[in-house]
Design a protein around this ligand. Sequence first.
Ligand code: HSE
Length: 310
Amino acid sequence: MSDSIKIFAPATVANVSCGFDIFGLAVDQPGDEVILRKRNDDQIVITKITGDQGKLTYDSRKNTVTVPIIEFLRTIESNQGFDVELHKQMPLGSGLGSSSASSVAGVFAANQLLGLPLSVSELLPFSMEGERVACGAAHADNVAPALLGGFVVIRSYDPLDFIKINTPRELYVSIVHPDIEVNTKDARHILRQEAGIKIIIAQMGNVAGMIAGLMTSDYELIGRSMVDHLIEPKRAILIPYFNEVKEAALQNGALGASISGAGPSIFAFSKGKEQAEIVGKSMSAVFNKAGIETNLFVSGINQNGPKIID
Ligand code: HSE
């Protein structure tokens, strides 16, 4: 059995418009890379972090990459220690599930190096602990798709119950990341805590429509279901030019568009890669015209989750 491993775990789009804390999907790029090396003692030591502009802690009890590993080792009663390298390949606080990619890559790597004591699904609760460290809430809509790949529904948190949903072959995601930072903890604080029954009914209709659309490859139904009455109206104010960017996506043929996770990234669904490229460029152009730099990612739905690179 090998003594070291290098793992890639993908970025994710959480909420997917109408599914706050219950929908998430994985994309092919970007993603984080984690290298784990077995030590001769029981210590978990972060030896290197790149791509974070010095923002992340080397304290293994506080970093999202190592907290899940520590919890995992405690659960399987292992004394194995690891040196951990984290290579961030996406911006922090971007709405791309940056902390989740790190959490998933770390615990996935540890499970591999110890000979798969747990199944991949069984790693989910440990990855969620990384989210608790990152934003104070152990939500699973980023970590579940990062770990399992595909589009995942969290039906229940207590007990944890999640379902991977088939997605249409031609469904593509354009994600535009503007060069501004939104803190997930802050973006959760501004949300309304209650909603009236009319809003709940409208939201449930869209949640059900989204799942039906995905499962029957009904692209138009997916688009019609991308209406979020609960979260988007509140969070849109944290993202300059949100309405203009969304409008550009729709004008250029997107099925629908919304905030990716807690933002500031904005995502759109399109049918076909070519269409998704056009949509993504039109979204970026709005930010760029206002002097805000962007990163654009266009991807199908990543069905595999973490990947062993080395
Ligand atoms: N569902 C979470 C939120 C995802 O929107 O706050 C953010 O990481």
